[in-house]
Design a protein around this ligand. Structure first.
Ligand code: CUA
Length: 314
């Protein structure tokens, strides 16, 4: 559904990709050149052909050549790197501002009118300035499709990045700084829309997912972190002590109930039963008795938030 990281979707793509390709090209040329040269030398100057080693005096011409050429190449790489980087340092005055809060382990986006979301919504072809606030430890905001990445440093003021989204679509957004156990779950999406749809989205407060600071999805994930679900269950499809949560919502699973195999639909009722009576149904390939009931530890609202989070794990 979302676009991959080779997508080119912002005003900085050209500068970053140009310098990357130039450095890659130069490196690739020297990889081939030096490898071939080495093979030629191995063949030409082996002991059979040259049984007697000869002393070679210095060569001014060669010395100058292999000093000047690398210097020029380095300056070339520097030039394109700088040309791509410099425009990132100053945001246009008319840029729309969004404050990004990073914390262990999610992002929250706050717009100029106070609206808050856990996915970043942006208008197309409008400059955006993201003010980066780290609420606990170091994080880093990385949007590959836009070729932007900036560390989020606790206590650092005027920490920002800016760019102009140029293509409609949904793109990945990651935390790119190891920030603790659940670092790899600290990701979200950027949704770029036409300016007109963005403006009506922005004023539509019915879509405000969090009145205080979190969306139900983020709350659900936080509760699950707190009670330790992720010690045994993953969200990426890999198998630990218990089944992964990835893609289970709305699907059928094979379980054993009272010694009998059957297919059940993963819906609200099934999730509730799995939390409060986890050994009633045992999913195929997993063991009975390893999970204890959370009866009395979670409120109805907690369970609803957890379900909201599980729904997002496709
Ligand atoms: Cu936040 Cu890694």
């Amino acid at each position: 559904m979302y676009s991959s990281e080779i997508t080119q979707a912002s005003n900085f793509v050209k500068g970053v990709d140009t310098s990357f390709l130039i450095i890659l090209g130069i490196s690739f040329f020297f990889l081939i050149f030096l490898t071939v040269l080495m093979l030629v030398f191995i063949y030409k100057y082996n002991r059979k052909r040259n049984p007697k080693a000869t002393q070679i005096e210095g060569s001014t011409k060669l010395e100058v050549l292999w000093t000047v050429i690398p210097f020029l190449l380095t300056m070339l790489m520097f030039y394109f790197g700088w040309a791509g980087y410099k425009p990132m340092l100053k945001a246009p005055d008319d840029a729309m501002e969004v404050t990004v809060y990073g914390r262990m382990w999610n992002f929250m986006f706050e717009y100029e009118n106070g609206k808050r979301t856990d996915t970043l919504f942006l208008p197309k072809d409008k400059p955006v300035k993201l003010n980066l606030v780290a609420m606990d430890v170091l994080h880093s905001l990385y949007i590959p499709a836009f070729r932007v990445k900036q560390d989020m440093v606790p206590g650092k003021e005027n920490n920002f990045m800016w760019f102009e989204p140029q293509k409609k679509g949904t793109y990945e957004l990651f935390c790119a700084e190891y920030c603790g156990l659940q670092h790899s779950y600290m990701y979200s999406y950027v949704k770029v829309m036409e300016d007109s749809s963005f403006q009506s989205w922005m004023v539509d407060t019915t879509q405000v997912v969090a009145e205080n600071i979190e969306s139900p999805t983020a709350t659900g994930r936080r509760i699950m972190q707190n009670i330790g679900c992720f010690a045994c269950h993953t969200v990426d499809g890999s198998k630990l002590v218990g089944p992964s949560f990835k893609g289970i919502w709305g699907e059928e699973v094979t379980v054993t109930t009272g010694g009998e195999k059957r297919q059940v639909l993963v819906d609200e009722e099934y999730i509730r039963r799995s939390i409060f009576d986890p050994n009633a149904d045992i999913v195929d390939g997993f063991n009975k008795g390893l999970m204890l009931s959370y009866e009395g530890q979670l409120s109805e609202e907690d369970v609803e938030n957890i379900i909201e989070y599980l729904k997002t794990l496709h």
